[in-house]
Design a protein around this ligand. Structure first.
Ligand code: BV8
Length: 241
């Protein structure tokens, strides 16, 4: 495939792109959902039922992310390089709540499932940076209400963020690249079908193994993200028309 430089690219990433940086995925055998249940930590009901338990789940993941051992990997860096070298524009839509794309240099980036390094007040809606532990004794710096701060992440049953901006990017792109996602979670898993309804669009899956939606892609390359993503980007940049 030689996507000429006049064609916009949308990249969807999932937990697999951060695996080789040392962060767990969700549905691999050693993944997060093998250790905790979605219903206990990643739904509004879970937070209403056991806020301290949900805070403990996200505090542990936040502590690991800010601890210094987790760094962007060659796949994150390759996507930032592509964005800097592709005049028609690259939009990265990530399901991940880590900050590895930003730290690798991606700028045109949408966190559709939120960000673990931000907190939101359920009472007044303010969103603030958050690198420390959250708890029910936290007081909102904006409205002063105690116990309303929550991780700024999208739980199951909640509306993902910036869907209109994402749909506009999908409807304007000529190449859609899905990286490191199992294709289990919607609406992200349905993005490939949205773009395939248009002509002259190329859909690519770069993953460790075929995802649930593998059959919906025109091109698939399987292997670790730190190998297949830099190679794909080099091929794109080398083949610019
Ligand atoms: C919503 C945030 C209403 C916090 C997460 C149809 C339409 C719309 C909704 C639904 C629908 N059907 C069902 C639903 C409801 C639900 C859903 O999808 N349920 C699933 C389980 C069936 N969806 C929702 O509730 C969403 N909201 O629907 O609102 C609506 C309705 C219509 C239209 C719009 C809105 C909200 C979902 C968001 C939930 N929050 N996380 C947190 O992170 O804790 S989801 C969670 O899963 C993460 O965000 C994660 O990123 C995401 C997806 O998982 P993956 O990233 O794909 O990770 P996974 O482990 O599954 O796969 C990793 C892949 O990497 C694997 O393929 C593996 O092989 C690969 N890999 C591993 N190592 C490597 C690798 N690849 C390359 N290199 C490696 N080294």
């Amino acid at each position: 495939m030689t996507a000429n430089a006049g064609r916009r690219i949308v990249v969807l990433t999932g937990a697999g792109i951060s695996k080789e940086s040392g962060l767990s995925t969700f549905r691999d055998a050693d993944g997060i959902w093998a250790k905790v249940r979605i219903e206990d930590v990643a739904t509004p009901d879970a937070f209403a039922r056991d806020p301290e338990g949900v805070h403990r789940f996200y505090n542990a993941r936040r502590r690991r992310l800010v601890g210094g051992a987790i760094q962007p990997n060659a796949a994150h860096v390759a996507l930032a390089r592509l964005e800097g070298a592709w005049p028609a524009g690259v939009t990265v839509v990530t399901q991940n709540i880590d900050d590895l794309h930003e730290r690798a240099g991606s700028r045109n980036l949408i966190h559709m499932h939120g960000e673990i390094l931000k907190a939101r007040c359920s009472a007044c809606g303010v969103v603030v940076a958050c690198t420390d532990a959250l708890g029910t004794d936290e007081r909102c710096r904006e409205c002063g209400i105690k116990g309303a701060m929550r991780p700024h992440v999208v739980w199951f049953g909640e509306m993902p963020l910036e869907l209109e901006r994402i749909d506009a990017a999908l409807d304007a792109c000529a190449t859609f690249v899905s990286i490191g996602t199992s294709g289990n979670v919607y609406p992200a898993a349905g993005f490939v079908d949205r773009i395939r309804s248009r002509d002259n669009v190329h859909a690519v899956e770069l993953n460790l193994e075929p995802s649930e939606g593998a059959g919906h892609f025109d091109e698939t390359v399987y292997g670790p993200a730190t190998e297949v993503v830099p190679a794909f980007v080099a091929r794109l940049l080398g083949a610019r028309g």
